[in-house]
Ligand binder design. Structure first.
Ligand code: SF4
Length: 363
């Protein structure tokens, strides 16, 4: 696997999708020695169920563990340190990880109870939990979602769960961006498996999940987070820690050089929006058999326009979905609306492209 590869798989059988993706990426060869200790690092900042849009789905852990055990890797653990206001033990329970731990005989490690060591993170001293430093291989398993302070959160910020609570508090006093970038010079990002199933519109703690039904796999945390910007309708320069991490040599932020490897087509129909906020954005759309990643990208783009104060009454709804193939219309998103007067190609197009298109042709 190359450092600029990003694997993408769509669907609703998340455990099987995980195994297919890890097989395609040949994780077995990536890890190498069967005796290596492998830590799975989910996103359990809060004790909430994954369908809230906040935390990593247990199916990704189950699929990863099955893949690893089927390939004779047995020195596996799941480690996390939730945010300061919550307990990791409660988060493990809320996300449904206890039965997974028992079923596969994989321990849950609460990093809030771990010791820590000071590391020189390229000019910034940062305390990192000892067990995270001792792991031979870490699979970072963030949720792709919005964030109220940093706009997005994914691979780079998920590693904040590898530091003690005292250090998390200090990160906030330093404004998050610079310490997050420096932290990623000392923690491992061996493989990144991104939960892009239903991450939140704009909050770390969930509450407004946007269904995308997608899992991504990559190796470069900077490229990963830069790609997340594209997926949520931001530019890399909107998220300062991405550029800072790039400057510190953690990875590359140029998504035009990413090698996107689609393992299947997005053909999972979008779910109806669950919360009032997402429903309010969906009022500007006219979906007809829309695929979930396509529709989710449109919702994120509409949220950017909402934040910019550009959504107003009277706009003709944006059409999206396979039900518009070979039909005429005014404005549509995705290749299915190719016959429309104004149409954005892409299958699915990214939120950043939809945002640009709607800004020019619609609002
Ligand atoms: S363009 Fe059409 S087929 Fe492609 S992802 Fe969007 S809705 Fe699905």
């Amino acid at each position: 696997m190359n450092k600029n590869d990003i694997y993408l798989i769509h669907g609703m059988n998340y455990k099987e999708m995980t195994k297919v993706l890890l097989t395609a990426a040949n994780l077995e060869a990536e890890i190498g020695d069967k005796k290596r200790s492998i830590a799975l690092k989910p996103n359990l900042a809060v004790s909430k169920s994954p369908d809230s849009g906040a935390t990593t789905h247990g199916e990704l852990l189950a699929g990863t563990i099955e893949y690893l055990q089927e390939h004779d890797f047995f020195n596996i653990s799941i480690m996390e340190g939730s945010w300061v206001g919550d307990r990791t033990s409660a988060a493990f329970r809320a996300a449904g990880y206890i039965p997974i731990s028992e079923r596969y005989n994989v321990p849950l490690i609460d990093l809030q109870k771990d010791s820590s060591q000071v590391c020189d993170a390229k000019g910034m001293d940062i305390r990192v939990c000892s067990q995270a430093l001792n792991a031979d291989y870490i699979i970072n398993m963030p949720v792709l979602k919005g964030h109220c302070q940093t706009a997005i959160t994914c691979a780079l910020k998920n590693n904040k769960g590898l530091i003690p609570n005292s250090e998390k508090r200090r990160f906030h006093t330093m404004g998050l961006h610079r310490p997050i970038a420096h932290l990623n010079t000392v923690v491992r990002n061996d493989f990144i498996l991104v939960d892009n199933i239903c991450g939140d519109l704009d909050f770390e703690e969930g509450g407004n999940p946007v269904s995308m039904n997608r899992i991504l796999g990559c190796k470069d945390p900077v490229l990963c987070d830069a790609f997340v910007c594209d997926c949520l309708g931001y530019t890399v320069d909107d998220v300062r820690y991405i550029r800072l991490a790039e400057e510190l040599g953690v990875g590359m932020a140029d998504t035009s050089k990413a090698n996107l490897i689609f393992l299947n087509e997005d053909r999972c129909l979008a779910h109806p929006p669950l919360t009032r906020r997402v429903r309010a954005l969906s009022d500007y759309t006219a979906p007809k058999d829309a695929c979930s990643a396509c529709y989710g990208s449109l919702i994120h783009a509409l949220n950017r326009l909402y934040e910019e104060g550009k959504l107003k009454k009277g706009l003709s709804p944006v059409c999206i979905g396979q039900g518009y193939r070979n039909q005429n219309g005014n404005i549509g998103v995705g290749t299915c609306t190719a016959c429309f007067e104004h149409s954005l190609s892409g299958c699915p197009p990214k939120a950043v492209e939809i945002l640009r298109f709607l800004d020019e042709e619609w609002v």
